[in-house]
Ligand binder design. Structure first.
Ligand code: ZN
Length: 179
């Protein structure tokens, strides 16, 4: 059970009275003042709670719902590390619907910032790795193709030269002495 405002006010004043010299009037006046302040605070707190539930005043700005270590579902105000499609399905919406409803950028990840950062870093590392592999593969291919092409061309030329001009005269010259 939460403490009543009167209990809280009297506790505060009792604490104050133990530090400073207060007359009984000071104390009752103090309690009344503290009570008023607490009552105002409680009204504000209640208003915030109502505002959160209703359509009217939004206390939590959509972007503020995505925090460092959690993301608050703007539909049910539960907090998560990651606002999954599975959870949003409970509110019969997709993450896209959700972002549109709350005016969040469509690229905004619905996960705690710390989690997003970790994922981004991993993605970046993976992306770099994949790029490097692709680059190396491309390099190998161009080198391979180049040398193969060069090889076949020179091969053809040599073959043509050797076959066309080299072999026949040699055969002839070899044939000549036996004739
Ligand atoms: Zn929810």
């Amino acid at each position: 059970m939460p403490k009543s405002l009167v209990e809280m006010a009297s506790e505060i004043i009792t604490a104050q009275a133990s530090h400073t010299l207060m007359s009984s009037e000071d104390i009752s006046e103090g309690i009344r003042k503290v009570f008023d302040v607490l009552q105002n605070l409680q009204a504000i707190e209640a208003g915030m709670a109502n505002g959160n539930g209703g359509e009217g005043t939004m206390v939590l700005k959509p972007l503020d719902s995505i925090q460092r270590n959690r993301v608050i579902c703007l539909e049910c105000h539960k907090d998560f590390k990651l606002l999954s499609n599975r959870h949003l399905a409970l509110h019969s919406m997709t993450s896209r619907d959700y972002k549109i409803k709350y005016g969040l950028p469509l690229r905004q990840p619905l996960s705690a910032k710390s989690l997003t950062q970790t994922r981004r870093r991993i993605a970046r590392e993976k992306g770099l790795g994949a790029k490097l592999v692709a680059y190396r593969r491309r390099q190998k291919k161009t080198i391979g193709m180049g040398s193969a092409r060069r090889g076949s061309r020179t091969g053809a030329c040599l073959g043509g030269f050797v076959g066309g001009h080299g072999n026949e005269p040699r055969r002839r010259s070899r044939a000549l002495p036996t004739q």
